[in-house]
Design a protein around this ligand. Structure first.
Ligand code: PMP
Length: 357
């Protein structure tokens, strides 16, 4: 007995955790500077930690009906209806729900290359086929309607990542609208704003009251510092009112995740400090890294270092973990998360030393 033919499916390779790297290097995990996964280096929102503590003695109960409190708070934040908010087990879980809602077997999706690895995986899990559009390094990975439309062939979902992982480039709302207008009526433009809080550009959520072919993805993993609790949400067109109830997993998000998310949404101080430091660190990397970098709207910067694997390995031996972008098809680049000021300074010093060797 075997499962169905899974040969077309790839394995998601999550980065190693701090503890694992520390063990290998014989170092104290607290002495490592982990800038490989675009996490929040200030840690979780303290309000979220407190909310989880308070909720711990309720763990025997199922989550509140439809996670009503959190859904309401998110709907209010974006001026949408509660039915337009799709909670999931991280942004990844929301990508699955959107693929489940959109794809019939054999339907195609179009994803950016380089791009986030889970788009094609999620589409394939839902019996979809995958095409890609190329973001060109020569054009600074610019995201324009033409770049996407050059490869577009009536796909059911077009994934747009803005700010884009791993390059940091963005697509403006004007361009999202143009793209939506120049694609078929039955094509959804899914704007992934996992890093949306770090850009100055407005969210594509602003388009939801005028368009029924745009959806937005957001996560609590980055600015709110809750990657470990797994909580994300989609904002979908108003016309999809009852779709979520038909496709979601019972209790799409855990009670503790919802409590943490609700508290984190209100923790303006944590969000502001995180965003401010990330914007500072982006500039610091641009100015001080002795290698070319690209403008970024996210909490990370892509940097061209030559042999990315060699540089990432050498930096890691010095206790600084950055993302080798070889698996993104950019073997000459590393992606460096914006940590705290101290983290960013250590990263620059270490990477520059490695580059000088
Ligand atoms: N989209 C992008 C572009 C990402 O980089 C990530 C996480 N690395 C996600 C979505 C999903 O994040 P999560 O599942 O932690 O919400």
């Amino acid at each position: 007995m075997q499962p169905r033919d899974l040969s077309a499916h790839t394995v998601y390779r999550a980065g190693r955790g701090v503890d694992e790297v520390a063990r290998e290097l014989g170092m104290d995990p607290d002495d490592l500077v982990k800038l490989a996964s675009n996490e929040n280096m200030y840690g979780p929102s303290p309000a979220a930690v407190e909310a989880i503590r308070e909720g711990a003695d309720r763990m025997h109960s199922y989550p509140k009906a439809s996670h009503a409190d959190l859904v309401e708070a998110i709907a209010e934040q974006w001026s949408v209806e509660g039915e337009q908010v799709w909670l999931g087990n991280g942004g990844d879980g929301v990508l699955d729900y959107l693929a489940r809602a959109m794809l019939e077997p054999g339907d195609a999706v179009l994803a950016p290359e380089p791009g986030f690895a889970y788009y094609p995986m999620s589409a394939r899990f839902h019996h979809g086929t995958v095409g890609t559009y190329k973001l060109s390094k020569a054009d600074d990975f610019a995201q324009t309607p033409d770049v996407v439309l050059d490869s577009y062939d009536g796909e059911r979902i077009v994934y747009v990542t803005s700010p884009h992982n791993p390059t940091g480039s963005e697509m403006t709302n004007e361009d999202v609208v143009e793209l939506a207008e120049r694609t078929d009526e039955e094509t959804l433009i899914l704007v992934d704003e996992a890093y949306g809080e770090f850009t100055e550009n407005p969210s594509a959520a602003d388009l939801l009251d005028e368009r029924d072919d745009v959806a937005v993805l957001r996560t609590f993993s980055k600015v709110y510092g809750l990657a470990g609790v797994r909580l994300g949400y989609g904002l979908v067109p108003e016309a999809w009112a009852d779709a979520y109830a038909r496709i979601n997993t019972p209790f799409a998000a855990s009670e503790l995740a919802c409590r943490a998310g609700l508290a984190a949404l209100d923790d303006d101080e944590h969000v502001e400090r995180t965003v401010e430091t990330a914007r500072w660190a982006r500039e610091y990397y641009h100015e001080h890294l002795d290698a070319p970098t690209w403008d970024s709207g996210g909490n990370f910067v892509l940097c061209e270092v030559g042999d990315a694997t060699a540089v990432a390995d050498a930096a890691e031996r010095e206790g600084v973990i950055v993302r080798d972008c070889t698996s993104f098809g950019l073997p000459e680049c590393v992606r460096v998360t914006c940590g705290t000021r101290e983290d960013a300074e250590t990263a620059v010093e270490t990477i520059n030393e490695v580059l000088a060797e």
